[in-house]
Design a protein around this ligand. Structure first.
Ligand code: SF4
Length: 242
């Protein structure tokens, strides 16, 4: 039996700065997913470690490896003093442990050189632009990761564009990729962020991740179960590559 989709409501002419559907989509996603935070962390250096642990591994696995890392090294100072091969041991179950351990080692070396101790707390006193520039200066940290730390740990009103946010924003017609391969370039992240009102950035980010995992999946979106199908031009036809 074919899916029955709701009628698309009339939306006002998009004369404003933001796509006309942003407010409606944000409200519908919040109602379904309640701003679930995906276990991200309030402490900025822990958040960076959490993100490194999460690289190319499943959610249950990276939560375990992060917990194991913290049990082995209860303080950041203990990590700062450890060789990469020691850091690799507690995170081995998450895969790529040697690469992740080297990334953590490099990160801590740069932070120690900059602040004299393993901390990112000085970022709390920086403006958004300076804090983002500092994070981007760290080895292995790109714009998405920097904005995750800014948003989750430092409470800044930024919009990290991960693979789910990027895919869903494109399907909604909020942004067009500038790259031929449709990957999200740093300037695409800036363009999309500029289309999201400050006060909706956190909510939309976390709820688009929930939607992308549950319903608006990369290859077979379940549009008949989607809470925002009423505002989606790709309803029932989205089969696009990431
Ligand atoms: S209607 Fe389908 S393609 Fe559009 S956001 Fe929902 S699941 Fe994704």
């Amino acid at each position: 039996m074919s899916a029955v989709y709701p009628l698309r409501p009339k939306v006002p002419v998009a004369s404003q700065k933001y796509p006309s559907t942003v407010l409606d989509v944000a409200a519908a996603l919040k109602k379904r997913y309640h701003d679930f935070n995906h276990y991200n962390l309030k402490e900025p250096l822990d958040e960076l470690l959490f993100i490194i642990c999460s690289t190319k591994t499943g959610e249950a696995s990276y939560r375990n490896t992060f917990r194991s890392l913290k049990e082995t090294f209860p303080t950041h100072l203990r990590i700062a003093e450890a060789p990469a091969e020691y850091i690799a041991q507690p995170i081995v179950s998450g895969g790529l442990s040697n690469q992740k351990a080297k990334a953590i080692r490099n990160l801590f070396d740069v932070i120690m050189a900059k602040f004299g101790e393993p901390t990112l707390k000085p970022l709390r006193k920086m403006c958004d632009r300076d804090a983002e520039a500092f994070l981007l200066s760290l080895p292995g940290v790109g714009k998405k990761v920097a904005r995750c730390v800014l948003m989750y740990s430092l409470g800044r009103q930024v919009f990290p564009v991960d693979t789910h946010c990027w895919r869903i924003a494109r399907r909604l017609g909020w942004v067009r990729p500038t790259q031929k391969d449709k990957h999200c370039a740093p300037r695409d992240m800036d363009r999309l962020q500029s289309k999201i009102p400050l006060e909706l950035r956190y909510s939309l980010h976390v709820n688009m991740i929930s939607l992308g995992r549950e319903t608006c999946t990369p290859t077979a979106p379940r549009c008949d179960e989607c809470p925002i199908s009423a505002w989606c031009p790709k309803i029932g036809v989205a089969r696009i590559r990431q």
